[in-house]
Design a protein around this ligand. Structure first.
Ligand code: SDX
Length: 431
């Protein structure tokens, strides 16, 4: 990897022990101290709850500049990819490092197309989940169950792993769509090989109830939304996927864990929470001030959902793309969605309020996307499933990269102990 090393460029003295640390410099001039020998040489560890100051790996997939609001994948700016590519092209780029040429693109899309089905036993498994199950719980557990459908995954061969990557890209949308339909007593819809990735998902969800011209409009928007969700370097769920994979657990175990992490409302679950928040405001006759007041109240756990980010300290570039997608989708569908105005008013008030400005709290990727999904007729409980469909490409790209990482080792952080010192055992009768 093209990382520059400045030998012994950092100096540390702690408890009378001195050590020099190498400094690593990334392609975009990010700088890290190489802490590999820190504990061995000083007996000291670095404590960093939430890992805000800790790098877990060297990666070549995505770069974020949180101060400038820049994101690129393998060197291509996200806005260029969202404007020009299909989701499968971007998934290929993330995993392989280059945009596919026509032959590679044809092979890749055919491979995904040929695996875009759910066999009868997988459909049957889905049909037995309680109808009220949250779609993220169904998706996580079905993904984990795929180990039972695709052979013994004790220690995967390269071919097995690569095929599992294809299966997850191909089948995730179909698991989501069939779960939506079976909850409503509707039948499984077979994918249409003549349709693109996003359009096939909509076809599998709504079948002929969705007129073709509306489906095409929605598919154009959905491809862009899947692209802006595809990868975001070492976020919570991607780090979870890497951590699970570091124990040599199989790909479905790692992805199942990633889905669980993404589900949280502080992470991918925020898109569902944003719509709940906007509907709450609407229910209170547009009382935006009440929501802003609650978000600022330290005694109130309520947060302004869709706002703030660990890395972006300016407008999330993906939120800007999502807003453009929402505007053109609503116009092309002829949908008048009052929640857009509520969201824009909320954004305006927050961005003029010192509490948010002083903390660099701006709209993130989740602030507008739910409005687009709502306009497509996708139920709120599936919004984070939509995030999962996009992020699947990034998770798999990181798994493939981690598999080749020469510094790969099991992830096992240290801690500082704050419990009782060693003490004598006390018998039950003496307690
Ligand atoms: C995603 O990491 C990624 O890349 C994630 C993601 C991806 O693509 O994978 O981008 C996707 O998860 C986007 C984020 C979606 N989540 C939300 O919209 C939920 C609302 N946002 C917050 O919960 C929060 O902003 C986080 C979780 C996103 C970031 O949390 P941090 O980095 O731990 O920030 P923090 O909690 O330390 O906040 C710093 C200050 C605190 O106040 P003070 O203690 O300084 O007084 O800002 C406040 C926080 O209370 N704050 C908020 C707030 N977010 C932060 N106050 C009100 N509303 C908010 N949304």
């Amino acid at each position: 990897m093209n990382i520059k090393k400045q030998e012994a460029a950092a100096h540390l003295e702690v408890n009378g022990k001195k050590m020099d640390l190498d400094v690593l410099c990334g392609v975009e001039n990010e700088v890290a101290m190489d802490g590999l020998q820190l504990r061995n040489q000083t007996g000291v560890i670095n404590l960093d709850p939430g890992y805000g100051n800790t790098g877990s790996c060297v990666s070549s997939i995505t770069f974020l500049n949180g101060e400038k609001g820049v994101i690129h994948h393998r060197g291509y700016e996200l806005k260029d990819l969202a404007a020009n590519c299909s989701f499968l092209e971007v998934a290929y780029l993330l995993m392989k490092g280059e945009l596919p040429n026509p032959d590679q693109h044809r092979q890749w899309t055919e491979l995904v197309r040929d695996n875009s089905y759910l066999g009868p036993s997988l459909q049957e498994l889905l049909n037995h989940y309680p109808v009220k199950s949250h779609p993220m719980s169904v998706l996580a557990s079905v993904v984990l169950s795929l180990t039972g459908f695709y052979g013994d995954l004790g220690h995967e061969t390269y071919y097995q792993f690569d095929m599992d990557v294809v299966r997850l890209i191909a089948k995730t949308p179909l698991i989501a769509a069939h779960n939506f339909r079976r909850k409503r007593g509707m039948n499984y819809i077979y994918a249409d090989p003549s349709l693109g990735y996003a359009e096939n998902f909509l076809h599998s969800m709504f079948s002929k109830r969705l007129p073709k011209e509306r489906r095409k409009i929605m598919a154009t928007a959905l491809e862009k939304l899947l692209i802006i969700h595809a990868d975001h370097e070492q976020n919570c769920s991607t780090s979870t996927v890497r951590m699970i994979s570091s124990s040599d657990a199989n790909v479905y175990a790692a992805i199942g864990g990633g889905i669980g992490a993404l589900w949280g409302p502080l992470h991918g679950g925020a898109n569902e929470a944003v719509i709940n928040m906007l509907e709450y405001i609407k229910m209170r006759d547009g009382d935006l001030e009440a929501v802003i007041k609650r978000a600022k109240d330290k005694d109130d756990p309520f947060k302004l959902m869709g706002f703030g980010h660990r890395v972006y300290k300016t407008y999330d570039p993906r939120a800007a793309i999502a807003k453009e997608v929402v505007d053109s989708l609503l116009k092309d569908l002829g949908v008048d969605e009052p929640l857009v105005d509520t969201a824009m008013e909320l954004e305006k008030i927050a961005l003029e309020d010192d509490y948010f400005v002083s903390r660099n709290l701006y709209p993130n990727v989740d602030f507008y996307t739910g409005i687009a999904y709502k306009a497509m007729g996708i139920p709120k409980e599936m919004f984070t499933v939509m995030f999962t469909m996009g992020r699947m490409a990034g998770w798999l790209a990181h798994l493939l990269e981690f598999r080749e990482d020469e510094n790969r080792r099991i992830c096992r952080p240290r801690q500082i102990y704050a419990g009782k010192p060693i003490r004598e055992y006390v018998k039950m009768e003496d307690r």
